[in-house]
Ligand binder design. Sequence first.
Ligand SMILES: Nc1ncnc2c1ncn2[C@@H]1O[C@H](COP(=O)(O)OP(=O)(O)OP(=O)(O)O)[C@@H](O)[C@H]1O
Ligand SMILES: [Mg+2]
Length: 385
Amino acid sequence: MTGVRLENISKQFKDSTALEDVSFAVKDGEFVVILGASGSGKSTILRIIAGLEVQTRGHVYIGDMLVDEYEPRDRNIAMVFQSYALYPHLRVYDNIAFALRVRKVPREDDPDRYRRRTREEIDDRVRRAADLLGIGDTLTKKPAELSGGQRQRVALARAIVRDPELFLLDEPLSNLDAKIRSSARLELKRIHEQLKQTFVFVTHDQSEAMTLADRLVVIDHGHLLQFDTPENVLSRPANQFVASFVGSPEMMFLEGRIRAANGGFAFELDPVRISVRGARAPGPVTVGFRPWDLTVAKTAGPGAFPAVVRGIERLGSSDLLFLELQGSGAPGAPAMSGVTVRAMSRAYEYEVGDSAGVTLAPDRALFFGADGDRLDELEGAPAGP
Ligand SMILES: Nc1ncnc2c1ncn2[C@@H]1O[C@H](COP(=O)(O)OP(=O)(O)OP(=O)(O)O)[C@@H](O)[C@H]1O
Ligand SMILES: [Mg+2]
């Protein structure tokens, strides 16, 4: 078991910068997920850890060892690729056993010399890994005869038998359909719990990241934006990009101003007023809300945005309403008209075309500055009279 540490890693390809000064440390036994959009640099991070790609700057440590000069085969890492890369002509058994047959191990009597594993040793490892993953009955089949979920487990079994110090998984679930995908996630989590080894897992799917991660790395265009627990990434996003990338349904943003009010400061976007603690000066600001922090009512009372229901997505116990704000019509009020917000509510009370009122929970507001960074010191509270 072992952790992994990236120190100021940059990667320059011929005509593009894939990574820019990325640093993070994965603890021994931790499950870390790298989350980012396509092309953000996720696979490049894994390939640099595995030694398949060489960084332009910075260092990689596995455990306490600086491994920059190590060949991939000397890093004791197992990587599972999105494509699985199974050998199509080999039976499942031989796919799993393959690496065990080609890799020699140190001799017990003389660790400086190497020997091949015995047939019994290999058989024992293959069967134990297959049982752990529930594919014991597929060992004589060829990959083409398996479902996507089973193929993915064969790829994992092939990684597990090698008993690596570190698992690197590059979107291994993305070929699965939605239904198996969520059970495969739980399965993977269970395997991690049993093996207690270090996992670094790449995905572009935020809900997958939130389910699996002990901590997650959010990257965008080669920059690390946040490295934190799912709870903190959700409730304390580093910036507006993270806030909108993580969480479903997506966060909504309102642009307005902080003004001096009653000896303090308040965010005002007619008809909404939120008292802002921690503010030092007036100025433009963006306020973010999660759809579940909005309250929808049949009528727009004081402090509520008048709105019209434009769409309803039925999710089950609670539904998602798409509400088009109407603006208050007050003289000098900002033009909120036409902005569509999403709110969780019980949809059976509404039909498309109904009028409604939308209220924000002031203490749930997140504030963002002009550069998109979250203003950590600002806190919303109900405005005084
Ligand atoms: N061998 C290469 N040569 C040149 N550019 C590359 C190479 N590999 C990756 N890149 C570039 O580096 C950037 C990051 O690529 P990377 O494969 O790490 O993205 P990713 O986050 O894994 O994307 P995806 O979700 O699509 O797999 C991209 O702009 C890509 O075009
Ligand atoms: Mg990739």
